[in-house]
Design a protein around this ligand. Structure first.
Ligand SMILES: [Zn+2]
Length: 355
């Protein structure tokens, strides 16, 4: 290959460092790639995420190269690798020379603009992970498809990774599912519950953590973990998650009332008088039953799968349940295809990076 093939024409800086090979980085072999990433299903029938299940994932995508191609096709749906640093869509593929001992890792690209190497996992929760992509895909599938979640111990046994690794993977995936800032509209049910602790919330209050659920009826939902159920905290949850045009349904908790004056309408149901469902004169229904159903599911996760959740990590557990709730009307494979692109721009680190 002639070095002139590698000329980077995309930057304005042509006087210095106008060849990718000018950089003294250990790049074994660089060639101009076609603009498209290779599809995961090359030469086969069109890929349909609906067809994805545990069997097809284990049979077809346990191969690391195939798993990476599938992952790249979800990560970059436009078909071109996008640099995670400068968002430029022209890149070069880096591969090892056939006879070299120092092989570069697979799936490595080189940005034509900022001239830095990247893979599909850079800038995501999977960055710097040594776990094969095929195992990550399996973990995503298991979490996306388990209605009452899955414990780190079970992931550790099923994926043949250490317990610590399984715990970190699960937490990274849960973290990826958060951060949706879409405001809820239409009829929105808002309710709060206490998660964790033993006995009555009143007697052992410090161990019970309040979780607020905000659910657009028949649509998406958001959760917020708050320090206490105060007027200020609930007002902030509503301001962050619910559009002012929404009709909001709550129970008769007084703390909701001031904040909800600015919204289109506020309907309450009086749980203390055993009122859980009411048909308004205009035919609309006032209830918080969707929120109650969500809390039952979340608590099944706490009692049945995780056994203990810390206050610090509870927002991530709630994210996971909210993600499945928001994307419940689809197949497990399609839910995974929705979940994986959410890893973009989210990097979870428990320790400060060294640099
Ligand atoms: Zn770049």
């Amino acid at each position: 290959m002639d070095a002139s093939d590698c000329h980077v024409a995309k930057t304005g800086d042509t006087k210095t460092r106008d060849y990718v090979l000018d950089i003294s980085r250990n790049i074994a072999y660089v060639y101009r790639m076609k603009n498209d990433i290779e599809p995961a299903n090359k030469g086969e029938t069109a890929f349909d995420a609906d067809d994805l299940n545990l069997i097809s994932l284990a049979q077809e995508y346990s191969d690391e190269d195939k798993a990476r191609k599938l992952f790249e096709s979800w990560r970059w749906p436009g078909g071109k690798p996008i640099c995670p640093r400068c968002k430029f869509d022209e890149s070069y593929k880096i591969t090892s020379k056939p006879d070299t001992k120092n092989k570069v890792r697979k799936g490595l690209y080189y940005c034509a603009a900022c001239r830095k190497p990247f893979t599909a996992t850079v800038g995501t929760v999977m960055e710097a992970s040594h776990i094969p992509i095929s195992k990550w895909m399996m973990a995503f599938f298991l979490i996306c498809s388990s209605k009452k979640s899955i414990s780190a111990h079970q992931l550790h046994r099923m994926l043949k990774v250490t317990y610590k690794t399984a715990w970190f993977m699960a937490h990274r995936i849960r973290y990826a599912f958060g951060g949706d800032t879409t405001k809820l509209t239409g009829t929105v049910e808002v309710d709060e519950t206490f998660v964790g602790g033993k006995g009555e919330a009143k007697t052992n209050f410090s161990r019970h953590v309040p979780v607020v659920a905000l659910i657009q009826r028949g649509g998406k939902m958001h959760t917020r973990v708050v320090s206490n159920v105060s007027q200020k905290n609930l007002g902030q949850c509503l301001a962050e998650c619910v559009d002012k045009s929404a009709i909001v349904n709550t129970d008769n908790h007084d703390a909701y009332k001031p904040a909800l004056k600015e919204y289109k309408r506020h309907d309450t149901v009086n749980h203390s008088r055993d009122e859980y469902y009411r048909i308004n004169p205009d035919g609309s229904i006032a209830t918080t039953n969707s929120a109650e159903s969500f809390f039952s599911l979340l608590k099944r996760g706490v009692y049945g799968s995780w056994h203990h959740v810390s206050r610090e990590h509870l927002p991530k557990y709630a994210n996971e349940f909210a993600f499945r709730w928001s994307n419940s009307k689809m197949t497990d494979g399609a839910r995974m295809a929705v979940g994986i692109p959410m890893i973009e721009g989210k990097r979870l680190m428990y320790r400060k990076p060294a640099n």
